[in-house]
Write a protein that binds this ligand. Structure first.
Ligand SMILES: [Zn+2]
Length: 241
């Protein structure tokens, strides 16, 4: 531990160190929020894809259905051809009119299918337009998202650069502090988070935990000859005078 005469100077170094450690703590806290923000943005952006996926699915279903109807029509047309060639082989009138009636029925089916197919063409056109609109909306959103994301990433880089600079300065300052004192300071910092030092406020309270301090403790802190801890939060006390 430093001698009594050195302690005052060491305390000044600790105050400088504390200033940096609070900065580091705040910068780290801010820095940790960036990956979360970016993750949330990505998730939100994926949600926007749902509408596009649905429009694409709708279009695909209509196309499959149209293909089916076209296959159905082809089968019916083949059937008519088959029946028509059968007509020439039939000698019996009754059978002839029965087959003709069947051909007539199949032709009626075909015109229904044709109507279906025409409707499906219209629906497919509309579905294609819907896909294009959703695609455009998705891409516009993506541009916005990418711009926002770039801003966040710039901000993240700025914070991380600042963090590195403070950390480098901290190494310098901590090098001039007595190892035992520094060890004790760092233990308190680890357990308390943001601050290991506490200034005496209103000449009666710990500036961090706000507990009233005994006059003897305050006097010792004012002397700045040796380490004085808050009896409540265990932080290193100092006075501003
Ligand atoms: Zn305290």
């Amino acid at each position: 531990m430093p001698t009594e005469s050195d302690y005052k100077d060491q305390l000044l170094q600790l105050i400088q160190l504390q200033h940096m450690d609070s900065q580091i703590y705040d910068l780290l806290t801010t820095s940790e929020t960036f990956p979360v923000k970016i993750q949330e943005m990505d998730a939100l952006h994926e949600c926007n894809r749902t509408a596009l996926n649905k429009a694409e699915d709708d279009l695909k279903k209509l196309q499959v259905f149209k293909n089916q109807r076209e296959t159905d029509m082809q089968a019916k047309e083949d059937l008519i051809k088959k029946h028509q060639s059968q007509l020439f082989q039939i000698k019996n009138n009754k059978e002839y009119s029965a087959l003709q009636a069947e051909i007539h029925g199949v032709k009626a089916d075909i015109s229904l299918i044709e109507e279906d197919i025409i409707n499906l063409f219209d629906k497919i056109d509309a579905a294609k337009k819907a896909v294009d609109a959703e695609k455009k909306a998705f891409e516009d959103e993506k541009k916005k998202f990418d711009a926002e994301k770039a801003l966040i990433m710039d901000e993240e880089k700025k914070i991380n650069d600042e963090l590195q600079a403070v950390q480098a300065k901290r190494v310098e300052v901590s090098g001039s502090i007595d190892k035992t004192l520094l060890g004790q300071y760092e233990r308190i910092l680890r357990s308390r988070g943001r601050t290991a030092l506490a200034v005496v406020v209103d000449d009666e309270r710990c500036g961090e935990c706000r507990m009233l301090l005994r006059p003897q403790i305050i006097n010792e802190a004012k002397l700045k000859r040796a380490l004085v801890l808050c009896e409540n939060c265990s932080r290193m006390l100092y006075t501003e005078q």
